[in-house]
Design a protein around this ligand. Structure first.
Ligand code: ATP
Length: 269
């Protein structure tokens, strides 16, 4: 069997008394779009920050394309394009300048930079807006610009933390379309987090449901829905409710804060 893109075995992570991640096992296969699903505070961001080597983890827990994250931190980072939840684009630069900056930061060879920047903007549908300052972009365009920034170094693994949070439904649809286009064109592995169950059901090859630091219910959306045994009209949200034993609404109280943060931050200075 081919080597997985990401392999996580028994990941624990604690912030003080809070067990953010409590024994997660996870394999992301090469070339798939994998969605880590769950409400605010479930431990999704902590898990992906550990995978991207942004949090310290012990050896022999996480491998990315066969490299141990604890031992090969910088090598792992070079394989990953990461779009965090917080805004990473600079409003005072144009679209093309924002992406060119990442090309330099990630050591894209000078001779290839112009072409790679243009390609990344093109795949995100931003060619026409490339010369405009990013502060004139809509929230959806900024998100796509951040995706272009992450793509310009041609990473083998694209990691996206809540790529559609705070966007209106049309902009959300457009971001999902672009993610699918990237995968179709490059065969890149995509690992993302989202709390939008319906979108994950449509767009992810496989999902893992996360709740209170634990990951259960791993499979294709169809497998999980069929496993529930409630007929074809059941949804991933139903699976999640059954798994967590609670209502999503209660767990999503804190979500409003995240949305508000993204909205406020959405106005680039
Ligand atoms: N830097 C930190 N310091 C203290 N506690 C933290 C920190 N980061 C996360 N936590 C806590 O760890 C738990 C898991 O948080 P995490 O951000 O991983 O969840 P999440 O599923 O990604 O939710 P979100 O959508 O808010 O990012 C939460 O209880 C959170 O409050």
């Amino acid at each position: 069997m081919s080597e997985p893109a990401v392999s996580v075995r028994g990941l624990h992570y604690q912030f003080g008394e809070t067990k953010a991640v409590d024994g997660v096992d996870l394999t992301v296969l090469r070339g798939e779009i994998f969605g880590l699903l769950g409400p605010n505070g479930a431990g999704k961001t902590t898990t992906i920050r550990a995978i991207t080597a942004l949090l310290p983890v012990p050896a022999d827990v996480i491998e990315v394309f066969g490299l141990d994250v604890a031992k090969r931190r910088m090598a792992v980072r070079r394989l990953i394009g990461y779009v965090p939840q917080q805004l990473s684009a600079d409003g005072s630069l144009s679209g093309v300048e924002n992406v060119a900056l990442f090309a330099r930061l990630f050591d894209v060879p000078r001779r290839q930079r112009k072409e790679r920047v243009a390609e990344a903007l093109e795949i995100m549908g931003l060619t026409d807006a490339a010369g405009r300052l990013a502060k004139t972009y809509s929230g959806g365009m900024i998100r796509r610009l951040e995706l272009a920034q992450a793509l310009v170094s041609s990473p083998r693994l694209l990691i996206l933390d809540e790529p559609t949070i705070g966007l209106d439904p049309i902009a959300r649809g457009s971001v999902w379309e672009r993610i699918a286009a990237v995968r179709a064109e490059t065969g890149m592995t995509v690992l993302l987090t989202t709390h939008y169950m319906e979108e994950a059901e449509q767009s992810c090859d496989r999902v893992g449901l996360m709740h209170q630091g634990k990951l259960g219910q791993l499979g294709t959306p169809r497998e999980l829905i069929d496993g529930l045994g409630r007929g074809p009209d059941a949804t991933l949200e139903d699976v999640f409710r059954a798994y967590s034993g609670g209502s999503l609404e209660d767990e999503q109280k804190g979500l409003r804060d995240v949305r508000a943060t993204r909205r406020t931050a959405g106005r680039l200075g």
